[in-house]
Design a protein around this ligand. Structure first.
Ligand SMILES: C[S@@+](CC[C@H](N)C(=O)[O-])C[C@H]1O[C@@H](n2cnc3c(N)ncnc32)[C@H](O)[C@@H]1O
Length: 386
């Protein structure tokens, strides 16, 4: 880089910092035409009545201004319990784990959402690192704009220390590039990565996603993970989980907003169905599907303007979510190559929620867990042997 290039970067940083206009400099990591092609191809899958054919995968549910606004509305809906409770109780839960995050951390947030939680994380980290760099990573540029503004509003972070990245983090090649970028920006300084709001539960291969994301963490880094949890897994509880989601009209509007914006279907929110199941001993799983209940075949226009059949009873999976068995969490974390530094649990103490449903916030570090001493271990052996 020449001296004049350096000046240009400095001038740009100053122009952003000193302007009253809300500039944001976004790094776009992918060609958005490829994303549209991928969404189109997912909507071309074979007919299925069970939600296993046509689908809108995680990032696409939030992609674009319509779904972004719909998401912000759903988060504010007191009937959308998981998100409402997750946002309401985050201050308390983060307060219980943040003492284990040391000095000098930067923050990389996977899936910024409305930005409320990132704001709390940033406030804490900034007190210990005024030179902090904040890198929110999201597939939706509109979500990045909305979330980043909320996260950085009046926290005292200068504009050029915010580097929003528009990228699909479920693609391993993207993560390899992101790792390179982050390490260039922070050098050896520690990074707190975060995946909050039960985002993990939205992916078919959630274990693979977690392993790929946590692989970015070096020994000096930490990873903050928030998931919805359940004390037990059985069919009745899967039904309770279904009812929890089905209550919120704002949530139905959110899950259908990607269809509304990317196809010419006339959306009927009553055609949204929630199907619960038990996923082994690890989770309760809820598939949210849109079913053609018109009694006849429909022609649906896709983003590439092709018209394809949406046969009677066929479904489009709109969303996938889970509540993880609390007992399974240690195994999930271990399989991702991480160990728990500390964690906190919060029950949904409201009458409308099923007993044992809540949120867990885990602070993780790379590496094997330190084995707990056995009852019959000699104390001195345990201390000196490690
Ligand atoms: C459930 S919201 C969680 C938001 C926030 N972390 C919270 O806890 O409130 C999921 C966020 O992740 C983003 N997202 C989902 N899948 C993604 C993907 N594959 N790549 C990048 N961003 C994704 C969405 O756009 C959204 O901002």
């Amino acid at each position: 880089m020449t001296a004049s290039d350096g000046r240009l970067v400095g001038d740009l940083a100053r122009a952003i910092d000193e302007s009253d206009f809300a500039w944001s400099l976004v790094l776009v990591g992918e060609d958005q035409r490829d994303k549209l092609a991928a969404l189109t191809s997912d909507l071309l899958n074979k007919p299925s009545t069970s939600g296993d054919g046509k689908q809108i995968t995680s990032g696409y549910a939030y992609w674009g201004i319509g779904p972004t606004i719909a998401w912000a509305h759903a988060c504010a809906d007191p009937f959308y319990l998981v998100m409402k409770q997750s946002l309401d109780s985050f201050t308390r839960r983060w307060g219980r784990v943040r003492g284990r995050v040391g000095e000098g951390f930067h923050h990389v947030s996977f899936g910024v959402g409305t930005g409320h939680k990132d704001r709390l994380v940033l406030e804490h980290l900034l007190e210990r690192n005024p030179g902090l760099l904040y890198v929110p990573v999201d597939m939706s540029s509109e979500m990045l704009r909305l979330g980043t503004q909320e996260a950085t509003h009046r926290v005292g972070l200068r504009g050029h220390r915010v580097v929003p990245v528009q990228l699909d983090f479920s693609i391993p090649d993207n993560l390899a590039e992101l790792r390179e970028l982050i390490h260039r920006l922070v050098g050896d300084e520690p990074v707190l990565y975060s995946l909050l709001g039960n985002t993990l539960a939205n992916f078919d291969q959630d274990d693979e996603l977690l392993a790929n994301l946590t692989a970015l963490a070096r020994p000096q880094d930490l990873f903050l993970l928030e998931v919805a949890t359940t004390e037990a897994v059985n069919d009745d509880l899967a039904q309770d989980a279904v009812e929890e989601y089905a209550r919120s009209r704002a949530y139905r509007e959110f899950v259908t907003s990607a269809l509304l914006h990317n196809t010419d279907l006339t959306i009927n929110v009553d055609a949204v169905q929630f199907r619960g199941a038990v996923e082994g001993d690890r989770a309760l799983k809820v598939k949210v599907v849109y079913q053609n209940q018109t009694g006849g075949d429909i022609m649906m226009m896709l983003p590439d303007r092709n018209r394809v059949p949406f046969p009677d009873r066929d479904t489009i999976r709109l969303y996938l979510t889970r509540k993880y068995a609390r007992k399974a969490l240690d195994g999930i974390v271990r399989e991702a190559g991480m160990r728990k530094v500390t964690g906190t649990h919060s029950d949904f103490g409201v009458p409308r929620s099923s007993q044992g449903f809540g949120m867990d916030l885990l602070l993780l570090a790379p590496g094997e867990p330190v084995p707990a001493p056995r009852a019959d271990d000699d104390v001195a052996d345990v201390i000196w042997g490690n």
